[in-house]
Design a protein around this ligand. Structure first.
Ligand SMILES: NC(=O)c1ccc[n+]([C@@H]2O[C@H](COP(=O)([O-])OP(=O)(O)OC[C@H]3O[C@@H](n4cnc5c(N)ncnc54)[C@H](OP(=O)(O)O)[C@@H]3O)[C@@H](O)[C@H]2O)c1
Length: 323
């Protein structure tokens, strides 16, 4: 594995992050089974063996069951905890019957949610607490006060955000003295609008990019780590084409496979290596539960794509050469 300097809030962190969204037996009300716990344990151990030591959770994943199985594995194997960095997210609220989805960063919900995470994770502390999504009804000062209190109580060490643009992060940081250390956004070879916004300034086609302009640059200037969710694009170019792939999808998949051969690697690693070539030093969050695919992903940090191949992949995926 190539040692790339990941943010100094956790210098030992791996560049790859394992995303636990699919652990816990699915998005249903079934109780966690022994099989779900065994699956989580096998995945955690495989990740650690392959030098993936950051685990990404959220209170809502599989309605709390992802954190629950993770906590059960930690309880049965306490030595695992010191070898990993645990991050979880709060701020999306699903009622007990899950009928009114909403974002909630009120002081009451933030406090309840953090305590619930710790209980399910059977841990005293969360290494990095993420605010999952911005809440339009948030009162900045009240939320900042609640977070500061939880931080002083040692319930989380670092604060981070997800799905936020530069101005939202700056606004939040203006009221809270705990540094915001990371931002997690959707980024992949398929969801490449973070590159589109870079190259289409002052062009009509740039208006179609959903990526908030200037956010990467802001995060870099503020020394914040960028993490990419759905980084494998759900396997779109590496074995899971979905229904009705476009001409561009087919061409990209073919190129990914050719590059996998040329670099003596595999398709999943090529898709991740494309993200990791970006100089902002992205941490891809991978959510496959397939052990073979996890091992393939773990090869990505060794794969250094050439500049030509990076652009070729980008061109194939967007269906056109760059302007
Ligand atoms: N911050 C946020 O708002 C946010 C939102 C979504 C996700 N996340 C985080 O990001 C992580 C990853 O996201 P994700 O799971 O949506 O995306 P992903 O890592 O791009 O894809 C994983 C999914 O795609 C399937 N897949 C991947 N490669 C495949 C292949 N070659 N062939 C067949 N199936 C393949 C996996 O199935 P198998 O399990 O069968 O391999 C799994 O269902 C999550 O676990 C979570 O931690 C964060």
């Amino acid at each position: 594995m190539i040692e790339l300097p990941i943010h100094d809030y956790y210098p030992q962190a791996s560049q790859l992050i394992y995303g636990c969204m699919n652990l816990g037996g699915g998005w249903n009300s079934d109780a966690v089974t022994d099989g779900d716990i065994r699956q989580a344990q096998e995945i955690i151990e495989t990740c650690l063996e392959h030098k993936i030591n950051v685990f990404d959770l959220a209170d809502i994943y599989t309605f709390g069951k992802a954190e629950e199985v993770f906590g059960k594995v930690l309880k049965a194997n306490p030595s695992l905890r010191k070898n990993m960095m645990l991050q979880t997210k709060i701020g999306i609220k699903l009622t007990p019957t899950h009928e009114v989805k909403q974002y909630d960063l009120s002081p009451e919900w933030v406090t309840t949610a953090v305590n619930n995470c710790l209980k399910r994770l059977q841990s005293d502390n969360i290494d990095v607490l993420f605010l999952h999504r911005p809440d339009p009804l948030m009162d900045l000062d009240d939320t900042a006060e609640a977070l500061t209190k939880l931080h002083k109580q040692g319930k989380f060490t670092h604060l981070a955000v997800s799905n936020m643009h530069a101005a939202q992060i700056a606004w939040l940081q203006s009221a809270i003295s705990i540094p915001i250390v990371a931002n997690q956004l959707q980024m992949s070879l398929e969801h490449a609008d973070f590159v589109e916004e870079t190259i289409t300034t002052n062009m009509k086609e740039g208006c179609n990019s959903g990526f908030p302009r200037g956010t990467l640059e802001f995060c870099e200037q503020q020394n914040m780590q960028i993490q990419a969710w759905s980084s494998l694009a759900l396997g779109k170019y590496s074995g899971n084409p979905g229904e009705n792939p476009t001409e561009a999808d087919v061409a990209t998949t073919k190129l990914v496979s050719q590059l996998a051969n040329r670099y003596s690697s595999n398709a999943n690693a090529v898709v991740l290596a494309w993200l990791m070539k970006h100089p902002i030093n992205i941490q891809p969050v991978v959510g496959t539960t397939n052990i073979k695919r996890i091992k393939e992903c773990a090869q990505a940090p060794k794969l250094q794509l050439s500049r030509d191949d990076w652009y070729l992949l980008f061109e194939k995926a967007r269906g056109n050469e760059v302007p």
